[in-house]
Design a protein around this ligand. Sequence first.
Ligand SMILES: [Zn+2]
Length: 183
Amino acid sequence: MPATQAAPSAAHLAPYISFETPACVRRVLGSGEEKIKVKGFDDLMVFRARCCSPIRGEKIVGYVTRGKGVSVHSATCPNVVNLLYDPERRIEVEWDKSDAVARYTVKLTMEVEDRKGLLAAVSAKIAGINTNIKNMEARTGEDKNARIDVTIEISDLKHLEKVIKSLRGVEGVLGVERAGRAG
Ligand SMILES: [Zn+2]
């Protein structure tokens, strides 16, 4: 795709943008990546930044990388602060409003009371709201509490919030956090 197809408003970004898809980027593209649109461009590579792996429904910010397309971060990602050092490479991105069901893998870390049956209760709760569990691990912490790491498949932010909310309602669950995120 020649760079001349870029919208005039985004023309200053042209030197940073490669319209060829590098193989290394193509490989990381999954079903979720095409759900992001870059304003002013039809045919631009986008990928979800690994530091925060934003999911549909979350507020997102795009950043034009050299030769690798646009990395998309959650607006709450700590790395977004660093992007301000080079503000002209920021680009507006938005979730595509297509009906296609997206699947995102999200890891949750839970602090729980160390007692029997809790792992079963947690997995039953997750299954009860039609959510796939890809992996689940429990370990005893340094204090009296235990930790459960659970990796689930969710379709968007609403779905994730629903899962987190119901897990917080399980007796013995003291806290639920999305791994790699503050709060
Ligand atoms: Zn990020």
